[in-house]
Design a protein around this ligand. Structure first.
Ligand SMILES: Cc1ncc(COP(=O)(O)O)c(C=O)c1O
Length: 361
């Protein structure tokens, strides 16, 4: 099907602002730095998943499904936004989360529950001691087995769950980010912005894949640079294959070789993805604080804080050449700031030191 003919709904807001960051630009002292505010897509505190859900929800409605089911870690942003989309369109929200049930409900998880989501924890703690690759294989097998059971149970009750893939990153979902490219190009034109780099996160690949395909198809003036958000990220062959499939599916007529893909991870000693997936990381906290104190903007400790770290480092180290302008795609995730583990870890940096005063009567 031709890209222009794909149908969608609008779960949130498109045309998110493209803003100049004057104070950050001054502090870093290189080219002009901009932010594309996809943290403001509106749905359930916003984030990048809204653009994907526009297409996924339409696909679910057209397929006659009455529930949205998706997968992720316990603090998944994608899960929170999928639940909100289900609620908005009168479908049952179902989350299948890999991890132990936390004793304390916070961050995204409490929002999921407020929205009435059924939450299934797939607790594989018992497999933690196994060596790789056995651990990963057994974890995947257990997830598949439990998911099949969960689906069968819902179906027996007349509930048909539409399977929204992890991160919403199917060919259907990625269409949302192909479409983001003409939006950004139009905003650049309207505001007289010239930028050669668009820096985004790289997790389940849909955001990067869609943007990359869109940039080539629409002949964008910028290169799309991906910042992997965890140590175990899919390689260039996999993303170029995904982009090839996007091109075939939507008749884009573009090609993508692994060599054309630009992913930036930082150094082995100081990777942008920090110490591990969703593990509180002091360096990420410093970068979150940098954007907060210069522009009053918030990123999250699991994704956008790391992506922002990469963005700033690329500028500082000259990988984005001196004097060139660049755009940071803010993909949201901010409710994770209020997850218990990240709040606990933030106490030392933000609730000590200078600037705290107590005036007792
Ligand atoms: C806030 C945030 N930014 C970036 C990403 C990565 O996007 P993608 O999964 O499309 O690669 C995610 C994924 O969940 C996310 O939640």
């Amino acid at each position: 099907m031709k890209f222009q003919d794909i149908q969608k709904v609008e779960v949130g807001y498109l045309n998110t602002p493209l803003e100049y960051m004057p104070n950050l630009t001054k502090e870093i002292g290189k080219g002009k730095l901009y932010v594309k505010r996809d943290d403001l897509t509106g749905l359930a505190f916003g984030g990048n998943k809204a653009r994907k859900l526009d297409y996924l929800v339409k696909d679910a409605i057209d397929g006659g499904y009455n529930a949205l089911m998706t997968f992720g870690g316990v603090q998944t942003n994608h899960g929170r936004m999928t639940v909100a989309a289900a609620v908005k369109y009168g479908m049952k929200p179902i989350l299948v989360l890999t991890g132990a049930k936390p004793d304390y409900c916070s961050g995204n998880l409490i929002l999921d529950r407020m929205m009435g989501a059924d939450v299934h924890f797939i607790d594989t703690t018992a497999l933690a001691g196994l060596p790789e690759p056995e651990k990963s294989e057994k974890t995947s097998a257990f997830l598949a087995q439990e998911t099949a059971k969960i689906v069968a149970e819902y179906e027996a009750q007349g509930i048909r769950p539409y399977n929204v893939p992890v991160g919403g990153s199917s060919l259907v979902g990625a269409a949302g980010y192909i479409n983001a490219v003409p939006e950004i190009m139009q905003q650049m034109k309207d505001q007289g912005i010239e930028a050669k780099y668009l820096v985004c996160g790289y997790g389940s690949m849909g955001t990067f894949g869609g943007l990359w395909a869109g940039a080539k198809y629409f002949n964008a003036p910028f290169e799309v640079v991906g910042i992997p958000v965890s140590a175990t990220f899919r390689g260039r062959d996999q993303i170029s294959e995904f982009i090839g499939k996007l091109s075939a599916e939507y008749e884009l007529g573009i090609t993508c070789t692994p060599e054309e893909i630009r992913l930036e991870t930082g150094t082995a000693e100081s990777p942008y993805y920090g110490v591990g997936y969703n593990i509180p990381d002091p360096v990420t906290q410093e970068y979150m604080a940098l954007l907060a104190r210069t522009e009053g903007l918030f990123t999250d400790p699991c994704y956008s804080g790391k992506i922002f770290r990469g963005f700033v480092d690329l500028v500082k180290t000259g990988k984005i050449p001196e004097g060139e302008n660049a755009i940071f795609l803010h993909s949201g995730g901010t409710p994770a700031i209020w997850s218990k583990e990240h709040l606990d870890a933030a106490q030392e940096l933000f609730y000590g030191g200078e600037g705290l005063f107590v005036h007792k009567a």
